[in-house]
Ligand binder design. Structure first.
Ligand code: TRP
Length: 480
């Protein structure tokens, strides 16, 4: 009836593609700044807990639903006999479009930083005026253009399909990324701030931890592992039967976490080595304003490469290549979810579906690109207009398309999508099916302990934890 479904060439292909999806701006851009604003230690601990107790089991659930159904998120549930659950797939497609729209814009900034660094490496470093980044953000044409460039590159890969496009790209991107990270962290080990960065990250101080911070940690665990919107489900649908889902999921989660922590060590290590900088950043945090979302990765760091780091002229441009690569392997996975769903649902050829999906995303992405100062309305819009309480509750009071998209997708769509998916895998799917997918029964016919742990997490721990956090935030009275 139809051509056989594409597959990864093997386990490594899947691991590279899935960790390519997971490792991205979430690790390099978002995690460091939210960790800084939430005072390190305790936040990191909560985040790690979320990865282990919620992230990993949810990832296994997503992959197994994908492999069992061999369908995209919008068709998977119907194929498995539960068409009513298809809303989870649709929610995922919406989340994918929303995330991709703002993600591509931020990814575009790495291209600018790269070009800038190359200029500095060649012509010598000259500190840019303080207002330069703001002016760059407010330049609508550039923002739209860079975002479009990134979407275009993403579409080119996705149009080529699973093994010929996605796997081939990530086979190059990921090893290069690991190599650059190692080079950077080795450099940072020789700076004064290295040890302090470790202390900041790993010494918990619970006094600063709020309900919102816990939700943020949870939301970020979903975001960084690419969970809750069918990304891993889609990649899982191309996974070969003989590959072990639990092992693969744990490898991907561990790699992603390692890279996020290493990114923090690199950034904080540099920042702690410069007393004046550290003071400014600490005061930004203590006024409650927090360091700006753009500041750390795109403004502070380039300067430090050229003023503080030996070999900065090499490291600088290289670092932004890394950011761009990491972002690209993530945008690929976001677009793949939308393309797989559209092409399967409407029986459209992959190439065509890619064009349609990218066009829709590009439209929204223009809104994000113009929301950084270029357009007054796009920059100040609120999700619920004048309804202050609702704005605070749902969007954390954020204004402008980019910030709103980011907040709503990460803090609400992903955790709720993940919640629905685990409930499906834990309660609705027959245990025999999940056992089969997760190698739940040993050769001796006994149910394996690892499977039991997964099932407890999927049925109880993850849903309870997500539900509890959401209720806390809804009732928390913490939103004045
Ligand atoms: N995980 C990626 C990051 O950390 C972003 C991402 C890619 C994503 N695909 C996703 C997030 C699917 C949520 C869902 O940058």
């Amino acid at each position: 009836m139809e051509s056989p479904r594409e597959q990864w060439s093997g386990k490594l292909g899947f691991i590279l593609a899935a960790s390519g999806s997971a490792v991205g701006l979430g690790n390099l851009w978002k995690f460091p700044y939210i960790t800084w604003n939430n005072e390190g230690g305790a936040f990191v601990l909560v985040y790690l807990l979320c990865i282990v107790a919620i992230g990993a089991p949810v990832m296994m659930s997503e992959i197994l639903v994908g492999r069992r159904s061999r369908r995209s998120p919008v068709e998977a549930f119907k194929t498995l006999g539960h068409p009513r659950w298809s809303f989870v797939g649709w929610l995922g497609v919406i989340a994918g479009v929303v995330i991709l729209a703002f993600y591509a814009v931020i990814a575009g900034w790495s291209l600018r930083s790269f070009v800038q660094c190359v200029g500095w490496s060649v012509d010598g470093y000259e500190a840019p005026p303080e207002a330069a980044f703001g002016a760059f953000l407010a330049d609508g044409g550039t923002q739209v253009g860079l975002g479009a460039l990134f979407l275009g590159a993403t579409a080119l890969v996705v149009a080529r399909g699973v093994s010929g496009g996605i796997e081939r790209a990530t086979r190059i991107l990921m090893p290069v990324l690991f190599a650059i990270m190692i080079y950077l962290v080795v450099n940072v080990m020789f700076l004064d701030g290295f040890v302090e960065a470790l202390v900041f990250l790993f010494r918990p101080n619970f006094s600063g931890l709020s309900g919102h911070a816990v939700l943020e940690a949870l939301g970020h665990a979903f975001f960084t592992l690419s969970l809750g919107m069918g990304g891993m489900l889609t990649y899982g649908s191309y996974l070969r039967r003989q590959d072990s889902i639990p092992r693969i999921a744990m490898t991907v989660a561990a790699l992603d976490t390692l890279i996020a922590l290493v990114a923090c060590v690199i950034m904080f290590g540099i920042i702690f080595s410069v007393p004046s900088l550290r003071a400014t950043m600490e005061s930004a945090r203590s006024t409650g304003e927090g360091v700006s979302t753009v500041g750390m990765l795109f403004v502070t760091l380039p300067n430090l490469f050229y003023t503080k780091m030996p070999g900065g002229a090499v490291v600088g441009p290289l670092f932004y290549v890394l950011v761009a690569f990491a972002a690209l392997s993530s945008t690929i996975s976001l677009l793949e979810v939308v393309v797989a769903s559209v092409s399967e649902r409407l029986s459209m050829a992959r190439g065509r579906a890619t064009v349609v999906a990218s066009a829709v995303v590009f439209g929204l992405s223009c809104g994000c690109a113009l929301s950084l100062g270029a357009n007054e309305w796009a920059s100040s819009v609120r999700l619920f207009g004048g309804l202050e309480r609702l704005n605070t509750l749902v969007t954390g009071g954020k204004t402008g398309f980019l910030s709103i998209f980011d907040h709503v997708a990460a803090n609400w769509l992903l955790p709720l999508g993940g919640l629905a998916l685990t409930i499906y895998a834990g309660w609705v799917m027959p245990a025999a099916d999940t056992q089969d997918e997760l190698d739940g029964v040993g050769d001796d016919g006994e149910v394996r302990r690892g499977y039991v742990v997964w099932r407890i997490c999927a049925r109880f721990v993850a849903p309870a934890a997500i539900g509890w956090i959401v209720v806390q935030v809804l009732l928390g009275g913490d939103f004045s």
